[in-house]
Design a binder for this molecule. Structure first.
Ligand code: EPU
Length: 418
């Protein structure tokens, strides 16, 4: 298992290019199952979760050709409409094939994901929605089986709670249902909008993606498309925080600036200078001591839960007390204990973390517990005096493309060792 060895304590300065969004690319790959024609997706990030999704598509019957910066998927026939436990347990986003398979093949068998490091994360909203569209659902041996052999039928679906992949899954299923589907209380994340843009290119009729009400008029069939994935706002946010936490100056390029408003607001409130040299570039410059600023995670356009761990690491370096409240997942504070091992003063109280700063962090041996928690440990290590060894960096490889090479562009001393 790979580890990162990081020698911290120096400001990072430089420019870092942003990759395509992992959480946009995953549903886009699943959407390719909806048609027998080729779908070409560009700016697909080279991360482990994407390789897992590509493997799943091959098992299902797709031909997947991976080019230097694009992927071509052609699914002439769905030969095995199934997402097995072995894949779903390593990547919950595998459940994104449920809707497309039910719609295209009339049948889907998808393993229930079980618990995960950041919370229970059930998929009841996906399943309930599919039932509303007319699929017959059965659960046995840890699998959900959807039978839509008589077709799917448009319906009004009101989500009990906002779910990103649930919205995506049902939007995909509804594209091939007869009649109109209305998704209410839908997720407004930019990744949902990006998926709708792809589906519309494939011939789907969708209005309102990016708002909480999405209308989909089903069509008989979808065709091929060529689509470029949006930039990864979470990757961009992580590097901007790297500038802030090390007292440095980083510019991120090819960045989805318009999706980062909530983070930019917080960074400015702490006293950092955030500027936008052009439409796709953001720069964070340190400006002396930072103030502590409270933060609560929310669905988009609120502050992303996927940047909560990184923000908590940042608050260890700010003056005062910051209360970080996590509202999306019930167990997403695993990084707090590891940050404490590096010298952070963090007290947990249910869904709140109380971070007192500034504290001098020192290098230590720490363990990555999930994707974004690992990113927060990398950030803390870059700010810490001495050497930090981060174990189990396979978590970070799930969602960050060559993070060590990108950070090195800004002068980070980070090495991957086996
Ligand atoms: N939930 C339910 N029932 C459902 C679905 C969700 O109770 O059927 C709950 C979840 O347990 C959670 C909340 O609703 O407490 C929100 O979950 P959501 O479904 O929105 O999360 P997701 O779709 O599984 C995506 C991202 C996550 C990101 C969340 C929240 C992808 C592939 N994953 O997950 O990304 O944290 O939305 O924004 O898009 C990451 O990239 O590190 C990551 C975890």
């Amino acid at each position: 298992m790979d580890k990162f060895v990081i020698k911290g304590g120096r400001p990072l300065t430089g420019a870092i290019p942003i990759s395509g969004s992992k959480n946009s690319a995953l549903p886009a790959l699943a959407a390719a199952l909806l048609t027998s024609e080729p779908v070409i997706l560009r700016r697909i990030p080279k991360v482990r979760d994407i390789r897992t999704m590509q493997r799943l598509l091959v098992d299902i019957g797709s031909k997947v050709d991976v080019g230097p910066d694009s992927v071509r998927i052609e699914t002439t026939e769905v030969t095995s409409p199934e997402a097995p436990y072995e894949l779903v347990k390593t990547m919950r986003a595998s459940s994104l094939v449920l809707g497309p398979l039910a719609a295209r093949a009339g049948r889907a068998r998808v393993s229930l994901p079980g618990g995960c490091a950041i919370g229970a994360r059930p998929i009841d909203q996906h399943i309930g929605g599919l039932e509303h569209l007319g699929a017959k659902i059965r659960q046995s041996h840890g699998y959900i089986e959807a039978d839509a052999s008589e077709g799917l039928f448009g319906a009004k679906i009101h989500f009990d709670r906002i779910t990103v992949t649930g919205t995506e899954d049902l939007m995909m299923a509804a594209t091939l249902a007869s009649g109109e589907t209305v998704l209410e209380h839908a997720a407004r994340e930019p990744e949902v909008k990006d998926l709708a843009d792809l589906l519309i290119k494939m011939g789907a009729k969708i209005e309102g993606a990016g708002t909480s009400t999405i209308r989909i008029e089903g069509v008989k069939q979808l065709g091929g498309a060529d689509h470029t994935i949006i930039g990864d706002r979470i990757e961009a946010g992580t590097f901007l925080i790297a500038a802030a936490i090390t007292g440095g100056d980083i510019t991120v390029t090819e960045c989805p600036v318009e999706h980062l408003d909530a983070l930019i607001l917080k960074l400015r409130q702490t006293g950092l200078a955030v500027t936008q040299p052009d439409g796709t570039t953001l720069r964070v410059q340190s400006n002396g001591p930072m103030r502590s600023v409270d933060m609560t995670t929310e669905e988009y356009p609120g502050f992303a839960t996927d940047l909560q761990a990184q923000y908590m690491a940042l608050m260890t370096q700010a003056e005062g007390i910051a209360i970080v409240t996590e509202t999306i997942f019930e167990n997403r504070f695993m990084h707090a204990q590891e940050l404490a091992r590096m010298g952070a003063n963090i007290r947990l109280d249910g869904s709140r973390a109380i971070v007192a700063g500034p504290r001098d962090l020192t290098g230590a041996g720490v363990i990555a517990s999930d994707l974004r928690a690992s990113a927060s440990l990398v950030l803390a290590a870059l700010a810490a005096r001495g050497e930090t060894v981060i174990d189990r960096v396979y978590h970070i490889d799930r969602g960050y493309e060559k993070i060590e090479e990108k950070l090195a562009l800004a002068g980070a001393r980070i090495e991957r060792v086996e």
